[in-house]
Design a protein around this ligand. Structure first.
Ligand code: ADP
Length: 394
């Protein structure tokens, strides 16, 4: 079954083609385009590349298009991206202004271009459907809650991948099986004792931490919008809600300008004085600059804050997992996050941490560390392809 997974940014288009049948999972092709002005043209180029490369003979070989949409009013999980779903996404465009519109547009373009091929989306909020209500509520009036003012959690495809893969690596096929079947069977699949307690740290262009008990998310540091939680590359992360009216009243800043700065001038960029990529921040630290040092330290502090919160909720940890562009690639930040946690049972092996090769799974914990520390490269596209296949088989 050939499934084309498309990753749509406001000016980018990346794709991977998977062939999934039985237990076999093969990636047949991957590619992408930057500085895309017209997603329709990018779709044409993608289809042409797949045919020229021989991974499909014709468009009819595609069983489905898989997407990773962010958020929609009243809808989550793995669903067909029909008009009511797209309209429910548009209702929440304001929550994900950089992310929702390209997906709505892209889904419509795919439907128009390939009308007989289903377009299926796995919402980034899907993994948190079973998180405890107390973890997902804001203390707002009930009428606000009914408007959707609550924590949703994002990065669901990535954290679900980590939940399944870490269970396999920790010798818990029962938990991995539950995670695999989650969006089809719900959390009903029984698992054995003892509980498996994992914290997953996805640190990349956007970052979040998730606590996972027996394969189920107990919450996520991202709240109502993908602008919350940890500081992101340009996006602000958690901010006291009274900061915004205070700033606007005091400086006369407009709402649109405040929103723009929270999305484009905040996060690591705001803290460091203009750098939004950890590689530039590390270079700034090496030059002895204060802003980059602060950005690094705030990201470490916030990550530890959330790890601590979930480790407490989970009554301890079996594994701490690092994933995504920053956490997979940078040993310094992993070491800083794990520093001075000996009495929590978190003991990193500095040599193993430094030797961990990019793009590879690795164990970073010292042999005597009660908590296993792992690097697991995430694979969101594969999660989407798998869920699309299950959706079509249902
Ligand atoms: P996205 O959230 O955009 O999908 P990724 O998970 O790919 O992002 O992470 C991208 C980020 O990872 C970059 O912005 C950069 O900060 C960081 N990064 C990528 N490669 C390295 C590296 N070799 N060393 C340190 N940081 C890196």
């Amino acid at each position: 079954m050939k499934i084309l997974v498309a990753n749509l940014g406001s000016t980018s288009f990346k794709y991977r083609l998977y062939d999934l049948s039985g237990d076999s999972e093969r990636m047949l092709a991957r590619g992408g385009f930057e500085r895309v002005a017209d997603h329709a043209a990018a779709i044409e180029s993608c289809l042409a590349e797949l045919q020229t490369g021989g991974s499909i003979a014709s468009e009819r070989d595609l069983a489905a298009i898989g997407l990773k949409p962010i958020i929609a009013r009243g809808i989550t999980g793995c669903v067909r991206m029909d008009e009511p779903v797209l309209q429910a996404m548009e209702a929440y465009n304001g929550l994900a202004p950089a992310h929702n519109p390209p997906y709505v547009n892209g889904a419509r373009l795919f439907a128009r271009r390939l009308p007989s091929i289903p377009v299926i989306g796995l919402f980034e909020t899907a993994f948190y459907q079973w998180a405890p209500e107390a973890a997902m509520r804001y203390a707002v009036p009930e009428s606000w809650h009914r408007q959707g003012v609550r924590r949703w959690g994002f990065h669901g495809a990535s954290h679900k991948y980590i939940a399944e893969r870490s269970a396999q690596l920790l010798g818990r096929p029962d938990v991995a099986d539950r995670v695999r079947r989650l969006y089809v069977d719900g959390p009903a699949t029984p698992v054995q004792a003892p509980e498996l307690r994992v914290v997953s740290c996805h640190l990349g262009g956007s970052s979040s931490v998730t606590g996972i008990r027996d394969g189920l998310a107990i919450g996520n540091s991202l709240g109502m919008s993908p602008q919350s939680g940890l500081p992101h590359n340009n996006r602000v992360g958690d901010l006291d809600s009274f900061a915004l009216p205070f700033l606007m009243r005091t400086t006369g800043m407009s709402l649109d300008e405040a929103e723009r700065q929270m999305c484009k001038e905040g996060g690591l960029k705001g803290l460091s004085g203009g750098m939004n990529d950890l590689r530039d921040i590390l270079a700034g630290i090496a030059r002895g600059e204060a802003g980059p040092r602060l950005a690094f330290d705030v990201l470490v502090h916030q990550t530890r804050h959330w790890i601590g919160a979930y480790a407490f909720e989970l009554d301890g940890l079996d594994a701490l997992v690092f994933t995504a562009g920053i956490a997979e690639n940078n040993p310094e930040i992993r070491e800083a996050i794990c520093a001075r946690l000996d009495r929590m049972g978190i003991r990193i092996d500095p040599a193993a941490n430094r030797q961990a090769a990019r793009g590879r799974e690795a164990v970073l914990s010292a042999p005597d560390s009660p908590v296993r520390i792992l690097v697991v490269p995430t694979n969101e596209e594969l999660v989407i392809a798998r869920e699309v296949k299950r959706f079509l088989e249902r």
